[in-house]
Design a binder for this molecule. Sequence first.
Ligand code: NAD
Ligand code: LMR
Length: 338
Amino acid sequence: SESSELMEEVAILKGSNCRAKGAAPGFKVAVLGASGGIGQPLSLLMKMNPLVSVLHLYDVVNTPGVTADISHMNTGAVVRGFLGQPQLESALTGMDLVIIPAGIPRKPGMTRDDLFNINAGIVRTLCEGIAKCCPNAIVNVISNPVNSTVPIAAEVFKKAGTYDPKRLLGVTTLDVVRANTFVGEVLGLDPRDVNVPVVGGHAGVTILPLLSQVNPPCSFTSEEISYLTSRIQNGGTEVVEAKAGAGSATLSMAYAAAKFADACLRGLRGDAGIVECSYIASQVTELPFFASKVRLGRSGVEEVLPLGPLNEFERAGLEKAKGELAESIHKGVAFANK
Ligand code: NAD
Ligand code: LMR
């Protein structure tokens, strides 16, 4: 096609005009679903991350354009585009971190679970590629329903014999980002100075903000607790309704995913004290997957931190969250094994 000829010409020109340079030190990162509402701004933010030396952009549409565009940014990472299933393996080979925002988003009136039928298959295929081409990569799953897509990914990796629970992380950072923003508003604090642990999962009542553990320590009225809990749990729906059919959170999500990916990369580099909330294989509750604070390091999740003391309201919330989570996990595992 004309566009692939153009890409080839550009590649030849680049080859003849560029002085050979050694690859910059840093990590190799792939974004799968890079042309999407999240994928594009996330790719832009990863291109700005000084820890990234190579950035692979994969999607089933539009990656030549997105790649050409982002590759003009004068930051360190070398950007390459990959289009369609036949190029998935090249996109994945050698990657240290794979971020997955591929899949359809919600429209008003839908739950995240309504996305299962389409997104489950997409995540399964992409994870089969990861197992084959970069089995040691850290994987950040954004595609919804996260409560089920992470168990699907785990089953795919188990079947391939490559599963390491330390390297599979569901991205729940947007819940923490929202919680910090909304709590900051209520307390009159800069949201950057607020840290709210959000545990459980990433859908409705499974999103459990631990308002009794906010840093800096503070107290809320019962009205504030009920307002904040509901606003945090329904943050995604708030955006879906405001976008009125044009999709769900993309920009705040790209910010959150880039923040979480940066934490994973700093962990891989060996930085100490990197703690983020994430939905992972866990023994914190009786459920096989649960979101909580984790310490990130060279091997991915190095420690799953305990939940800490919960108040009565949070204990009741935890019971509700566990009921729905158990079903979503079961649904994912059953899909991957059918
Ligand atoms: P989008 O439709 O704008 O983009 C999705 C992209 O995925 C598209 O470019 C599409 O071509 C691509 N895609 C589809 N099938 C693919 C495949 N087999 N391989 C590679 N790419 C494929 O959607 P979006 O707004 O970017 O949202 C993406 C997903 O992220 C949705 O499932 C959404 O629910 C989820 N999401 C999760 C969170 C979270 O907090 N974890 C937050 C927001 C959105
Ligand atoms: C979010 O929390 O914004 C995402 O999970 C997208 C959605 O469907 O709400």
